[in-house]
Every structure is written in C-alpha cells, then in structure tokens.
Write a protein that binds this ligand. Structure first.
Ligand code: NAD
Ligand code: MG
Length: 388
C-alpha cells in the first residue's frame, strides 16, 4: 500500500524537494493533497504531474482561476486558511508534510495531529510558538511527529529508542550562516542579498535570514526541547561551518552518536517519507578522506537572536509566540530594505519587553499574541522611520 501524502507548502524549497523525493521513492508514496501560497503556475504544474485529490491556493480568486484551468473533476480546489485545514485533515492522507513558513503552519499542524495524522514537520515555527499548546493537548507523541529539520532528523536517528534519562547532552550544530566571521561594523551594513547567500544550504528566504541571525538555531533549540523532551541546559549549540555533522547525541556513558551526510535536505525528507525503512538513492555522498571538520562556540554578542530565543523559551507561555511574530516582521522588513541587519534583534527585544506573557496559553492566546506582536513591531518600525 502506498503512503498517502498531503503536502502543505508544495511550491517552496522544502515542498519542491519533497516532490522530488516522492518521485525518487517510486510507487511507495502517493500525493493526495497539495497547497501553495501564491505560485499558481507551479502549483498547477505539480497538480498535473501528481494528480492529487485536493489542491489549495491561498487567494480565492487565484484558486477559482486554477480550478478553471485544471479542468479536473477528480481534483477539488479550495482556498484560504480553511483550505489549509482541509488539506491537513484530508481523509485519505496518512502523512502530512508541513512545509509552510512561520505561524501560518501552526493551526494546520495542530489540526493534522488532532485528526490522528503522522506529521513530517519542517515548519519549526509551529513548535516554537505552539509547543506548549501541543504538549498540553497530548499531541507531542514521538511516533506522530517526524522532524524534517536536518538537525532534528539527525538527533532522532542518533537517539533511536534510548530513553532521555540516558542522554547527557544534545549537540545541535549550526553552520553559522554567511556572516559567521563578520565583525560588528560589517554586520551593520549587511544587505539582504548578502544575507541570502547562504554558504551551504539553498533554502527559502525567511529561514535563510534566520540562519544569518542565528534565530534559526534559537528556534531549533526550542524545537529540540519539544520534540525530544530535553531541558534547555541539555542542548548545546556548536558552530560547524561545513554542515556535515547534522547533530549528535551524547549519552551518560560519554559515548556520542552523530549523524553525518552532505548538506542536502532531500536526505532528512526521504528518511521521514520512507520511515521506518531506508531506501537507496543516487544523490551525492560524503567522503571522509581529505575533509576537515571544525567546531567552535557561537558568538552570542554578535548574534543576540540566539539568546533572545532562550529567553523566550524560559519565559514560556506566549513569549515564544511574541518572539516569532516580531521576528517574522523584522525579517520581512529587512528583506524589503526598511531596517538594517542589527535592527532585527533590537526590534524583537523591544517587542518582547512590551509583552505581558500569558501563562498556559491556548490557541486563541497564541493568535492574539501573534497579532499584537506584529502590530507592535510594525509600529516601532514606523516610529523610527519617522524620527530619521
Ligand atoms: P519557502 O518560503 O521556500 O516555502 C514556503 C511554502 O509555504 C510555499 O509553498 C508558500 O507558498 C507557502 N506559504 C507560505 N506562507 C503561506 C501562507 N500564509 N499561507 C499558505 N501558504 C503559505 O520556505 P522553505 O524554505 O521551504 O521553509 C519551509 C519551512 O521549513 C520553514 O518553517 C523553514 O524554517 C523550514 N525548514 C526549511 C529548510 C530548507 O532547507 N528550506 C530546512 C529546514 C527547515
Ligand atoms: Mg535546521
């Protein structure tokens, strides 16, 4: 029986690579639903190729146009957030691949898990913002969430069935991004184009900027906490510029198991799609000979986003939702050239200081905080633009 897959965020970097993996896996996977935010042309091509039962496009008018041009009576076309939820709960789907960006992925993740689906999760912001809510609802079952993030896939592979009591540390590796060796003066002038030129990975724009600020690594610490139940003090971030060791688990006897491979997201995607089996593929391999692998401490002063993420996690409740929303706005405005690179952590910190944390939040509290923090961040940007 093929595994039936609903893919949310099909036109993005993870989405496109997921479809490549599905093709590579041959008949063992079948696409039953595809969703996209804006790229109608690509979604239509994907729908023609994979023949899903449902396609969802964010904008209703665009979705109506797609329905007209697809002319496929076997394929339903939906739109908007309700369409995303429908895809997340699609009855014939066994596995839901969450490749949306930001807070937009939280509600679909929650709904897919509540519908009993297995979720292959790339959308780390869903866990960052909503880990506490998902945990309170008993939805963080390790058999139900397969991490697509390369580090968390590595940790999962290294952990196997070992109970957390036998783990002394999780080593979370980070490439350090394009600005790893830049001093503060140079960082102050960093442009969006420079920040988008990641040395090892080709990813969507939001995560590429998050990698340059190290917010991505802060998010991944929170993600590891919720996925593996590890307290923050057991998670250690280390800069590893070559991105070959994807992360490692150190056990109480001092033994360390790491997962290695070329920096290629198709590997963790394939691991999740073919899980629990491993399948052969023709992609490039890592050769140990002639390679130097290095590891250093992250510079928390030049990259304050890492500590902002720790602070949000320690505060708990709605603090990570505030962190994430302020970050989404800051990244968007940096990409538009409206704020500088060092303004990203400054803005997030200011919004976080203004936030009154709601403990033990529900979904409504997260949504309220998300809206509040976006408005606050936008207002602060406007104020400083008016002053200058
Ligand atoms: P991307 O921007 O390339 O793609 C995002 C996809 O989601 C697109 O299909 C887009 O149309 C859709 N989308 C975005 N906002 C939407 C909205 N509001 N409503 C409906 N659809 C929307 O992003 P990506 O790089 O593929 O990243 C996806 C997720 O995976 C992120 O959370 C990212 O942090 C995580 N991730 C990505 C990589 C990578 O290599 N790209 C690696 C690890 C983790
Ligand atoms: Mg990662």
């Amino acid at each position: 029986m093929p595994k039936n897959i609903a893919l949310l965020g099909a036109t993005g970097s993870i989405g496109r690579q997921t479809l490549e993996v599905v093709e590579q896996l041959g008949g063992s996977c079948r696409i039953v639903a595809l969703t996209a935010g804006s790229n109608r042309k690509l979604l239509e091509e994907q729908a023609r190729r994979f023949r899903p039962e449902l396609v969802v496009l964010k904008d209703p008018a665009e979705a109506a146009g797609l329905e007209h041009s697809l002319k496929d009576p076997g394929c339903r076309v939906e739109s908007g957030p309700a369409g995303l939820i429908e895809a997340a709960r699609w009855p014939t789907a066994d596995l839901v691949v969450l490749a949306l960006v930001g807070f937009s992925g939280f509600a679909p993740t929650l709904e897919a898990l509540e519908a009993g689906k297995t979720v292959a999760l790339a959308n780390k912001e869903a866990l960052v913002v909503g880990g506490e809510v998902l945990a309170a609802r008993g939805l963080l079952n390790r058999d139900k969430i397969l991490p697509l993030d390369s580090e968390h896939s590595a940790i999962r592979q290294a952990l196997g069935d070992t109970p957390l009591e036998q783990v002394s540390r999780i080593w979370l590796t980070a490439s350090g991004g394009p600005f790893r060796d830049w001093d503060e003066r140079r960082l102050a002038r960093a442009t969006p184009a420079e920040a988008l030129a990641h040395p090892n990975w080709s990813m969507g724009p939001k995560i590429t900027i998050d990698s340059a600020t190290l917010m991505n690594k802060g998010f991944e610490v929170i993600e590891a906490h919720w996925l593996f139940g590890a307290p923050l003090e057991k998670i250690r971030v280390v800069i590893h510029p070559q991105s070959i060791v994807h992360s490692a688990v150190e056990f109480i006897d001092g033994s360390i198991i790491a997962q290695l491979g070329p920096p290629d997201m198709r590997l963790p995607i394939q691991y999740a799609l073919s899980y629990p089996e491993r399948r052969a593929n023709p992609w490039p391999r890592f050769d140990f000979t002639g390679r130097d692998l290095s590891f250093t401490e992250p510079d928390r002063a030049r990259f304050p986003c890492l500590d902002l993420a720790y602070r949000a996690m320690e505060a708990g409740g709605t603090a990570p939702a505030c962190l994430n929303a302020a970050n989404e706005v800051a990244v968007e405005q940096f990409l538009k050239g409206m704020i500088g690179f060092p303004d990203i952590p400054r803005l997030i910190e200011r919004v976080m200081r203004m936030h009154t944390v709601i403990p033990k939040p529900d979904q409504h509290d997260l949504e309220k905080t998300d809206r509040w923090a976006r408005r606050r961040a936008a207002a602060l940007i406007r104020q400083s633009a008016d002053r200058s």
